[in-house]
Write a protein that binds this ligand. Structure first.
Ligand code: HEM
Length: 217
């Protein structure tokens, strides 16, 4: 009676999102727009999850390789949450006044991030991958890292409950703290995955040239 790994991933993510909404709407210290915040925090959670799958597949292939397939739907879910968050923020917090976006570093950076996520969402299908060619398609996907950094800046600038970091602190917010730690873990695992890949590539090059040298001798 085993659950396959992709199903377990979605169970885990759905539970985490439910927890964020329950905490943010029920227990978080004073917030004027708990729904906007819960959507934003959940979008951040899903972006982290989609960026964690790659390095986990490199470092722990048994666990991570079966999750490469569902990674695309995790990324698309992140976009859906981010879009709803942005729209709700625009409607409730900004009264549809787009000028606010250009008046705030945080909102400006987050809007660029949303456009990047849109471009990635639109090209996250086999048809686009085929039409664009592997090189261009990969380069578009790489903007994910920029989107992540922009979103992290937006998160920290908008946070209310991170001691030493929030501009207008309202008491410790456990959801924000947990997600900030997840963001840091995401950066660390990305770096570890990158270094491991490079080392493996260098090693196989070395083996190849050693084999070539042996056959040439
Ligand atoms: C690109 C994806 C985005 C993500 C992942 C994201 C994520 C977040 C996060 C994590 C927070 C902090 C919530 C908290 O600390 O409780 C936040 C707050 C906020 N975001 Fe975003 N955001 C995104 C895009 C946008 C866009 C495009 C806008 C509007 C132009 C926007 C407007 C806001 C506003 C107004 C807040 C403050 C809400 C409040 O404190 O009541 N966000 N966002």
């Amino acid at each position: 009676m085993g659950m396959d790994k992709p199903s377990f991933l979605f169970l885990l993510l759905l539970s985490a999102v439910a927890l964020v909404f329950a905490y943010q709407t029920g227990f978080a210290p004073s917030s004027p727009y708990p729904a906007i915040e819960a959507l934003g925090l959940s979008a951040f959670l899903l972006i982290c999850a989609s960026l964690l799958i790659g390095p986990i597949a490199v470092l722990l292939p048994k666990l991570g390789l079966p999750l490469i397939g569902p990674r695309r739907s995790v990324g698309l879910a992140a976009f859906v949450f981010a879009l709803l968050h942005g729209l709700l923020a625009l409607a409730l917090a900004l009264g549809w006044n787009l000028a606010y976006i250009f008046a705030s570093t945080s909102l400006f950076l987050s809007s660029i991030a949303l456009l990047i996520l849109l471009a990635i969402a639109l090209t996250s299908n086999d048809w686009a991958e085929h039409r664009l060619g592997a090189g261009l398609w990969k380069n578009i996907q790489r903007f994910n890292y920029l989107a992540f950094i922009l979103v992290l800046a937006h998160f920290i600038l908008q946070s209310r409950g991170l001691p030493y970091l929030s501009a207008s602190p309202s008491g410790l917010n456990l959801a924000e703290l947990a997600l900030l730690l997840l963001g840091i873990l995401t950066i660390l695992l990305q770096l570890a995955g990158f270094v491991t890949m490079r080392r493996r590539r260098a090693q196989s090059e070395e083996e190849k040239s050693a084999a070539g040298g042996a056959s040439g001798a």
